[in-house]
Design a binder for this molecule. Structure first.
Ligand SMILES: Cc1cc2nc3c(=O)[nH]c(=O)nc-3n(C[C@H](O)[C@H](O)[C@H](O)COP(=O)(O)OP(=O)(O)OC[C@H]3O[C@@H](n4cnc5c(N)ncnc54)[C@H](O)[C@@H]3O)c2cc1C
Length: 461
């Protein structure tokens, strides 16, 4: 009798889920587990609290949705909070689990947790299956030791490859394992000490925020909402206009917003590409439809890049090992996060982020460039703040993009500095976007100046 444990993380779905399908095929009993890592709620060197309420709510919605879907298959999602590797270890011992299954992670720490688990449970089999990417590592035309140093080289190498179609939705799962009365009592005590309370389910489809109204809840998490968003998106003609419109700051519909559900794994990236190809067959392919795949390849690049570079993704000198001329200026960091810099466009962007948990790609580039190149702040403060705020936070894409703009990443250019005045003229010439997120008197000129430089700055190695 084989008992498996499925370790859910950023893969909260049943469709196109190779890791879950493998578990379903291989074991007689399956325990389904999600662990909320409490380390992420602790203050760090760069931010004083954990995830924002937007992030927590979206995650909760994703977990609730998965809970319901698993229940329909006779399964139960057990949610805990604590240190994932410790909780999983305790469950492995309590249930006599022989196999742990999970989606292949990209983050350094997530990879390490599994290594630690294996050290403590040497007979355990840990099955990591690629479930978040377009390609498996075996499909890549290079070994990860020879990972292309730039996105362009990566793209040219992988673009000709065939992307496998999505796998069938998991429709059947082995039942949960049964415990003896004694072990049941131990499990009850364990749950009491480590359980994660899920807020009650919130129904509804993604909230297509009207373009002129600030709306604090921009979308609903979970597989049902994600798939519904995907279907609705391809019913419109937005995909055919994507390339021209994607840099627009104001309109919700001008970029796909797939990142929200991709980050929690409640839609699969192969499902997106499959539906995009259906759209192209129906409506015709053009440069815009191609460009959606082009952008998804950036995501793919940053996934493998994070696996290759490990902890260097979080290092001040980045993967380039180049020391930036920036530091930790407390007042500037505070002004940037609060949207009270001398730059109205940046203030509007930061207000949007704090209010909704989302910011467009162009907005992220401008805000990041401002922090690093105008305010001379250590890029890691910005990356950590984005990690705290963004609903679509993804370790590889966030820290990889920040390094790129700081000039310590994989870019061949030295730094990516965005001229804020020029960006304002190009992307918000009449102030429509700024008006949405700033009081009228602050739309064209900021009343905020940087009065002082901190008395002491403290470069952190
Ligand atoms: C400083 C900075 C931090 C970022 N942090 C994150 C993050 O934590 N999580 C995240 O998913 N993206 C991040 N991005 C990338 C990008 O901004 C978002 O993916 C995008 O804005 C999400 O909106 P969308 O789905 O409408 O994008 P679209 O423009 O519709 O793009 C389609 C998809 O392509 C992918 N994509 C697009 N641009 C990028 C990019 N530059 N890098 C990687 N993937 C991309 C995303 O999966 C996105 O959903 C960051 C970019 C910058 C400059």
């Amino acid at each position: 009798m084989r008992i498996g444990l499925f370790w859910f993380d950023r893969d909260l779905r049943l469709h196109d889920h190779p890791a879950l399908s493998k578990a379903a095929r291989e074991v007689d009993y399956l325990l389904c587990v999600y662990v909320d890592d409490t380390r992420l709620s602790e203050p760090s060197r760069f931010v004083d609290t954990g995830s924002s309420n937007h992030r927590k709510q979206f995650l909760n919605e994703g977990l609730n949705d998965l809970y319901e879907s698993l229940a329909q298959l006779g399964q139960r999602l057990h949610t805990f909070s604590g240190r994932p590797e410790k909780i999983i270890e305790a469950l492995v011992n309590l249930y006599g689990v022989s196999d742990v299954y999970r989606s292949q992670p990209s983050g350094h720490y997530e990879i390490r947790y599994a290594e630690e688990l294996l050290n403590n449970c040497p007979t355990l089999r840990i099955n990591e299956v690629a479930s978040s990417t377009l390609l498996n590592s075996a499909d890549l035309p290079f070994s990860l030791d020879c990972f292309p140093e730039t996105f362009s080289k990566f793209r040219r190498a992988v673009e000709p490859l065939k992307i496998n179609p999505p796998e069938a939705t998991v429709k059947r799962l082995p039942p949960p394992p049964v415990l003896s009365a004694d072990d049941e009592a131990s499990m009850a005590v364990f749950k009491l000490a480590n359980s994660m309370a899920l807020a009650s389910p919130k129904s509804g489809i993604p909230n297509d925020a009207p373009d002129s109204t600030p709306n604090t809840t921009i979308a609903t998490g979970g597989e049902k909402a994600g798939l519904s968003h995907l279907r609705e998106y391809f019913k419109t003609s937005y995909a055919s206009l994507y390339k021209e419109q994607r840099n627009d700051l104001s309109a919700w519909s001008h970029s796909t917003k797939f990142s929200l559900w991709l980050a929690q794994g409640s839609i699969s990236v192969r499902e997106i590409v499959d539906q995009l190809h259906n759209y192209e067959r129906r409506e015709g392919a053009n440069e815009s439809t191609y460009w959606i795949v082009f952008e998804l390849l950036w995501r793919e690049f940053f996934f493998w890049h994070a696996r290759v570079y490990g902890a260097r993704l979080f290092a001040f000198k980045g993967v380039k090992n180049k020391r930036p001329l920036t530091s930790a200026y407390a007042e500037r960091i505070m002004r940037w996060t609060k949207g009270t810099t001398p730059f109205p466009l940046v203030n509007a962007l930061m207000n949007e982020l704090a209010t909704t948990g989302y910011m467009s790609n162009r907005g992220r580039q401008i805000a990041a460039s401002c922090l690093i190149h105008e305010l001379s702040v250590d890029w890691r403060f910005g990356a950590a703040y984005f990690e705290q705020q963004l609903i679509d936070y993804d370790v590889g894409s966030n820290w990889g993009n920040w390094q790129y703009i700081a000039g310590v990443g994989t870019d061949t250019r030295d730094v990516r500095r965005f001229n804020i005045e020029k960006q304002t003229q190009t992307y918000d010439p009449d102030g429509t976007y700024r008006r949405r997120w700033l009081p009228e008197r602050e739309v064209f000129s900021s009343p905020h100046t940087l009065h002082s430089v901190d008395a002491a700055d403290w470069p952190i190695a």
